[in-house]
Ligand binder design. Structure first.
Ligand SMILES: Nc1ncnc2c1ncn2[C@@H]1O[C@H](COP(=O)(O)OP(=O)(O)OP(=O)(O)O)[C@@H](O)[C@H]1O
Length: 305
């Protein structure tokens, strides 16, 4: 194992899971650095849950391996997972007990000292509602309590599978804020989600999986080439502008969108491009970096409709 892999929060090497003929995860090699918020994306059936299950030692890989916080999961599951917390399914709490008492049950089962409960309730901002029965909690409050339960043993690495499932926009924003605050406290977050907009807002890096295979991995900004695309709006007919732009050696592409052009060029060229078009008699009505969305990129690489 390389030094880089042993320092990483998660390092998988050719991690593979085969169910009979079906390759659920196909030689996945992935590194998540400590302290990162990493997004793990893919359409239904891509292999995300199977990967999570292998990271948690719940499913045995057919080949390859998973190293979590420097420890091989298959060889030393107890050591590897001691500092890992996971929120995988909709949480099951006792509805007739308070949030606090539910956490107390978990503390007893896990040998965790009770003062820790107040700390995690504070983190998820549930202190004021902790004495109420879970039965009266909203979905968002239940999710926050689930996150509090995940945080009880003070995990260094937190795996979250669709943590905002079933939440309204306000609940989603709260969880997003929580993820940010956990990252600010130095935790590593591995976030599986279909909510591309959400992933884009909290993750520095993402990996996109389809049919078990890694299609793309990298910094969100780099994948979206945010520094490489300018959005240019020309009043009226744009054909002359297109011809002029295509003639420039530092423009590598011009795409026509609904009411504007996307010019593939370093965004640092914006002023130069503006001056060039104006000098050629084509005034520019609007010029801005093009913020492509992760959703567009996702659909592009996964080939979804
Ligand atoms: N226990 C199993 N036995 C057989 N096939 C399985 C098993 N678990 C998963 N699969 C198959 O492996 C593939 C990957 O499934 P997985 O649940 O990991 O995908 P996913 O990305 O989590 O999808 P979703 O977003 O729908 O949860 C799918 O084709 C699935 O049918």
């Amino acid at each position: 194992m390389s030094t880089q892999a042993s320092d990483a929060a998660i390092a998988t090497e050719h991690l593979t899971k085969r169910y009979g003929e079906r390759l659920a995860v196909d030689a996945l090699t992935l590194t998540v650095q400590r302290g990162e918020v990493f997004g793990f994306l893919g359409p239904n059936g891509a292999g995300k849950t199977t990967t999570l299950a292998m990271l948690l030692g719940l499913v045995r890989p057919s080949a390859g391996r998973a190293v979590v916080l420097g420890v091989d999961v298959a060889a030393n599951p107890v050591t590897a997972l001691a500092r890992v917390g996971a929120m995988i399914e909709a949480p099951a709490f006792y509805p007739y007990l308070s949030g606090y008492d539910n956490l107390r049950v978990l503390c007893r089962a896990g040998g965790i000292a009770e003062p820790r409960i107040a700390e995690v309730l504070e983190v998820v901002e549930m202190t004021s509602r902790a004495r109420e029965r879970v039965r009266v909690y909203s979905q968002g409050m239940k999710q926050r309590l689930a996150l509090a339960a995940t945080l009880l043993p003070d995990p260094e690495l937190i795996l979250l599978d669709e943590p905002t499932n079933g939440l309204d926009p306000a609940g989603t924003a709260e969880i997003r804020q929580l993820i940010r605050s956990l990252a600010a406290r130095g935790r590593t977050i591995f976030l599986c989600s279909h909510q591309l907009h959400e992933v884009e807002q909290v993750c520095e890096r993402v990996a996109i999986l389809k049919a078990g295979r890694l299609l793309a991995e990298g910094q969100v900004a780099a994948l979206l080439q945010r520094d490489q695309r300018l959005r240019v709006r020309i009043e009226g007919d744009a054909s002359e502008a297109i011809a002029l732009l295509k003639a420039l050696p530092w423009v590598t592409g011009v795409e026509t969108a609904a009411d504007h052009l996307i010019v593939v060029t370093p965004t640092s060229r914006a002023a130069e491009l503006n001056a060039y078009l104006a000098a050629s008699g084509v005034p520019v009505a609007e010029l801005a970096p093009d913020a492509g969305s992760l959703e567009d990129f996702f659909l592009e690489v996964t080939g979804a409709p």
